[in-house]
Write a protein that binds this ligand. Sequence first.
Ligand code: NAP
Length: 334
Amino acid sequence: MRAYVLKYYGGSERSELTDVPAPRPRPRNILVEVRACGLNPVDYKFRQGTLRTILRPQLPFVLGNELAGEVVAVGSEVRRWRVGDRVFARVAKDRGGAFAEQACVDEDHAASMPGNLDFTSAPAVPLAGLTALQALRDELDVNPGQRVFISGGAGGVGTFAIQIAKWLGAHVTTTASKRGEALVRSLGCDEAIDYTTQDISKSGLRFDAGFDLIGGKTLDKMFEIMKPGTKVVSIAALPEPQTAVRDLGGRRLLAVLFWIISYGIRSRARRAGVSYRYLFMHPSGTDLAQLAELIEQGKLNVILDKTYPFANISEALAYIESGHAKEKVVVTMS
Ligand SMILES: NC(=O)c1ccc[n+]([C@@H]2O[C@H](COP(=O)([O-])OP(=O)(O)OC[C@H]3O[C@@H](n4cnc5c(N)ncnc54)[C@H](OP(=O)(O)O)[C@@H]3O)[C@@H](O)[C@H]2O)c1
């Protein structure tokens, strides 16, 4: 089968479309004929080797983290899925494999595709949608009436985060450039701040919960606009010890390393009276089924920026790497 394979860490020249043997499902896996896959910044970060300390796959490695397709075989212990089921999934973090004609998925990581989405839109949901849901519902415990600040609302995660925060009943403020403002407003965001011309720390606004998708100076400024005693969850800055303990299987050495590298951020958060958490999202068929329900109920819209054919996957990744994708980017197999 054709697959997009990472041979060595580095730039885009280090991965290529090539023929590899089809994967064989383990007892609790389903084998999916991939119809389309979603792209995310993690794909190029993975290719660059940025995540080598956390995920240690053996190279060569088939890239890709989310997909939609049809089940073509099931492992010996699988009871929930049958051949012919239409599923979507965020695959296991250390396994990848979504940028391929066929991929193995843990049965617990898949969910039935929403009836109102086609194979092109469905793979745009899992990684970004799950990240937004797990951050806002589980980590920030967003409640009706709370004021939530989301940095970077126009990208893949942001477009889901705005809608999920609204569904949870929050008042939502986000940052977007002029190009993204109409989009974030159309998703229900109450206030949009143009980050290219305005300084959020001078906005005079104060928030009950913060979800950071940008990191760096944006995160530092977020600490200044949070009410004391509140929490900021980032998915784009530096991991802290809880990331190792709660998201990465309690790896102690990693917790020590994360304690050191996040010291500055945690100190700045503490000085602002805010708690800081870096979330590394996890695949979950149960959470994905909840997102599917919201999509079917019309409470969550899936918006695509661009779609590319599989032959042009390098170009699609370069577009994501530019940092200015709006909503989601998808590659179709046919
Ligand atoms: N930890 C985890 O589990 C996890 C999960 C998912 C994603 N992530 C990370 O989260 C980050 C966001 O992911 P994504 O998929 O949303 O990325 P994305 O789709 O590539 O985000 C691109 C968007 O960000 C906007 N943007 C760029 N710089 C900005 C700034 N300074 N302020 C506000 N908006 C800005 C761009 O808008 P303009 O073009 O208009 O500037 C563009 O629309 C990435 O670093 C990704 O790796 C982490």
